[in-house]
Design a protein around this ligand. Structure first.
Ligand code: SF4
Length: 216
């Protein structure tokens, strides 16, 4: 939420890296949708637009349920952020179920790299999440009215951050410095961008590339 407000208050054009992520994500999303639909109208995914509790939405609907495609480098776990988003879509579209389709980009040998989850809410849970939605919406509106990102919580990605893993969301956030200032003033932990892991290999020497070294 805080990053969204920063973007609204001080829009900054995305850098090349962010544009790359956007296109990569859009392409994966499209490919996953095609896998589901497979040119069969019965399995078509339709876009539903509307307004829920004063908030405009655009949701992908599959077989009457909201469906969300997510891609991750993690080979286990489900982001609570994804669950919340899917649940909000269920509330908005008044659907009984929601589908979360994940693509794990780096699965280990026996992992399922396309796990899918069917979400279901009972009446108490529905009410709980409706209250959650309203509270977060009110908080965001208050932050917009007062132009104050500090009242919004930080979101650094998932729990792996707490156990020392990089917070990718913050690593790629254009507003990291401002966000850290807020946290520092409030006496809360700030975030230092992680040094990107290098995937570069040692350049091959001329000798190792020479034709005589090529195995026949
Ligand atoms: S630095 Fe992280 S927590 Fe702060 S606004 Fe950016 S993404 Fe959100």
């Amino acid at each position: 939420m805080r990053q969204s407000l920063f973007r609204r208050l001080r829009p900054i054009p995305p850098n090349n890296r962010q544009i790359g992520f956007f296109f990569d994500g859009a392409r994966r999303h499209e490919a996953l949708q095609e896998l589901y639909t497979n040119n069969d109208p019965v399995h078509a995914i339709a876009e539903k637009k509307g307004n829920f509790e004063g908030v405009n939405y655009s949701i992908d609907i599959y077989q009457g349920f909201p469906i969300e495609f997510k891609t991750t480098n993690a080979n286990k776990g489900i982001s609570s952020h994804w669950l919340r988003q899917n649940i909000y879509y269920m509330l908005a579209s008044e659907a009984k179920n929601g589908i979360l389709q994940i693509q794990r980009k780096r699965p280990k040998k026996n992992d399922n790299n396309f796990p899918a989850y069917l979400l279901e809410l009972d009446e108490n849970q529905r009410q709980y999440w409706l209250n959650d939605f309203r509270e977060r919406k009110d908080l965001f509106l208050k932050a917009v009215e007062t132009s104050d990102p500090s009242i919004l919580p930080v979101y650094r990605g998932e729990d792996e951050w707490k156990s020392g893993m990089p917070a990718w969301t913050c690593d790629d956030c254009t507003y990291l410095n401002e966000c850290n200032e807020i946290e520092s003033k409030a006496g809360r932990p700030t975030y230092s961008p992680t040094i990107r892991r290098s995937y570069s290999r040692k350049p091959k020497t001329e000798e190792s590339l020479s034709a005589s070294n090529i195995q026949k």
